[in-house]
Ligand binder design. Structure first.
Ligand code: GLP
Length: 224
């Protein structure tokens, strides 16, 4: 996989947002796979301002959610998506993996028609969604234990005295790999090293993002 380097974060986000707009406009039944984390915020900001693009027919499937966090908690991914995107447009449906749909999430994605565009960030340990190192290429949507690395990385968003979730619901590698188009986005020098390891071409199970080397339609976008 080639790394496309952008001069600015805005330019990187513009590319993804305009492709999402084209997909939504050119499709009767668009299906988007959405990521959280700081990286895609600029994409959502651009989408939220597109007043002439209508999402009424769009179904979204988010990648993940913390287990045990109330959906109104400001660090929950439900809260994040409402704050950055869902409050600005009407969608047909917004799904997240949860305890109650865990065993049918992958089938729900398939039945909806499959993900047209999947946005991905990358963890500093190479995780995508919450598929941590050691995840299988064919993993289903499931509950996972977060690694210490991920808990530490995400602790910056929580108050110092607040308990940080140690488990999450995550879309598995299988549904991610079935997406028709994937944008893997990375923002900042601290992601350079893992991105280079990911893109070398070798598939390594301790770097789940490297499974993307086997996908036919991935764009890897980077800015520092
Ligand atoms: C979390 C999310 C991932 C995201 C990663 C990177 O762990 N589960 O989906 O890619 O954070 O976050 P950031 O974009 O803030 O670096």
């Amino acid at each position: 996989m080639e790394i496309k380097e952008f001069k600015s974060y805005k330019a990187m986000c513009q590319l993804v947002a305009s492709n999402i707009r084209d997909c939504v406009k050119g499709n009767d039944n668009p299906i988007l796979g959405l990521a959280t984390g700081s990286t895609p915020i600029g994409v959502y900001e651009l989408l939220s301002k597109m007043r002439n693009t209508h999402f009424d027919n769009t179904i979204t499937f988010n990648l993940d959610e913390y287990r045990g966090l109330n959906h109104n908690h400001r660090q929950s991914y439900h809260y994040f998506m409402r704050k950055h995107l869902f409050q600005f447009h009407n969608f047909q449906k917004n799904y997240f993996p949860s305890q109650s749909n865990l065993h049918k999430y992958d089938i729900m994605i398939k039945n909806a028609g499959g993900i047209d565009i999947q946005i991905l960030g990358i963890g500093t340990n190479g995780h995508i969604a919450f598929n941590e190192p050691g995840s299988s290429r064919h993993s289903a949507t499931r509950i996972v234990d977060l690694t210490e690395n991920t808990i530490n990385d995400n602790s910056r968003f929580f108050d110092p005295l607040e308990p940080i979730p140690t488990q999450a619901f995550t879309m598995g590698m299988s549904s991610i790999m079935d997406a028709k188009k994937i944008y893997l986005m990375a923002n900042g020098k601290h992601k350079r090293d893992i991105l280079e390891k990911t893109c070398k071409g070798e598939v390594l199970s301790d770097i789940p993002a490297s499974f993307l080397n086997e996908h036919k339609n991935v764009e890897v976008l980077y800015c520092d």
